[in-house]
Ligand binder design. Structure first.
Ligand code: 13P
Ligand code: ZN
Length: 330
């Protein structure tokens, strides 16, 4: 059984804080990226933190977020069993208390992120505190991540037009009053493709937040959202300043599509007829001069390429983040 819950995840974060490494929290919405991540994590000998947003669960559940969570939760659990690493599942950017309650009742996630960062400070404290209380009133151990500050860009169903950097003193009050286990901070990253945007990345601010928390006896792991736009050296600076969960989504989305694009572009004559042939799909499989080639159009062919590419990307990221070679669980 390698699909673990909050207690074991807390141990990994403790170790990450002590040793100065980070876990790449990797978003999925379907099984190919999930399987690529597991393969990459095993190769890197890194524990693996998968995450799903509400939109991803809804997609996986054919319109029903809870069905999606159960389906993917089962899928993750079964496949994780094939590997000698610890696998965790975080619910990313949650906003609806009813859905959060159902996630807790199902006891599938290792951690839940409540994102009330778009609310006023007081509302954010109240809503985040409430989720901490919800998890505390069950037997299951589920960690809670809350966010203070605003991260610009679009992440799934969450859109933020503006960025607000997190204030260190406010962060202390926020963690103190909410009791959250992890704190997501805004230090200049943005969700989505960041190129061409005016990023002012502030690892120094992450360090100030970490110091302010420590000065108040709070050893809270910090979370960096919108990390796809960061270069490896920028990421490492963040890790040196108390970040130990690094969220990546856009990178995998691009790798998925780019891998499929490359395969089909390089073998386009196996997929689409030349201009001289009628593009009539009903006739393609019988009694025609040209037929598509199953060696390329079988979805498993592109699926295998995607899994392999995601495995390579994750392995590299785990090396950069320092979680490679440190799996504590199997
Ligand atoms: P990116 O899409 O920029 O990688 O951000 C991921 C994220 O923050 C998920 O919560
Ligand atoms: Zn995010």
């Amino acid at each position: 059984m390698t699909f673990y819950q909050g207690a074991e995840l807390a141990e990994v974060y403790d170790e990450a804080l002590d040793e100065g490494f980070g876990l790449i929290a990797s978003n999925i919405a379907e099984p190919n990226i999930m399987m690529g991540l597991m393969k990459g994590a095993e190769r890197a000998d890194s524990d693996l933190l998968i995450q799903m947003s509400n939109g991803a669960c809804t997609f996986a559940g054919n319109g029903d977020a809870i069905d999606g969570l159960q389906a993917m939760g089962n899928y993750i659990e079964l496949i994780a069993d094939q590997y000698d690493i610890g696998v965790f599942l975080n619910m990313d950017h949650q906003t609806d208390p009813d859905i959060i309650q159902r996630q807790i009742d199902l006891d599938i996630p290792s951690s839940i992120m409540i994102d009330a960062s778009h609310e006023s400070f007081e509302q954010n404290v109240e809503q985040s505190r409430r989720v901490v209380e919800m998890t505390e009133s069950t037997d299951s151990e589920i960690l809670v991540e809350a966010e203070l500050g605003k991260i610009k860009g679009v992440e799934d169903e969450i859109v933020s037009e503006e960025a607000f950097y997190t204030d260190p003193e406010q962060a202390v009050e926020f963690v103190d009053r909410t009791g959250c286990d992890l704190l997501a901070i805004s230090v200049g990253t943005q969700h989505g493709v960041a190129k061409g945007r005016n990023l002012e990345i502030r690892p120094d601010l992450a360090g100030d937040i970490r110091t302010a928390l420590r000065d108040h006896g709070l050893d809270t792991p910090l979370v960096l959202h919108g990390a796809s736009g960061l270069q490896p050296d920028q990421l490492q600076k963040m890790l040196q300043n108390g970040i130990c969960k690094v969220n990546k989504d856009t990178r995998y989305q691009y790798e998925y599509t780019r891998t499929a694009y490359d395969l089909y572009r390089d073998n386009d004559e196996a997929i689409v007829p030349s201009e001289s042939t009628d593009d009539d799909r009903e006739t393609f499989f019988n009694n025609v001069e040209w037929s598509p080639n199953k060696d390329y159009f079988d979805p498993r062919v592109v699926g295998r390429d995607i899994r392999e590419r995601i495995a390579d990307v994750y392995e590299d990221l785990a090396n950069v983040a320092g979680s490679a070679g440190r799996s504590q669980l199997d």
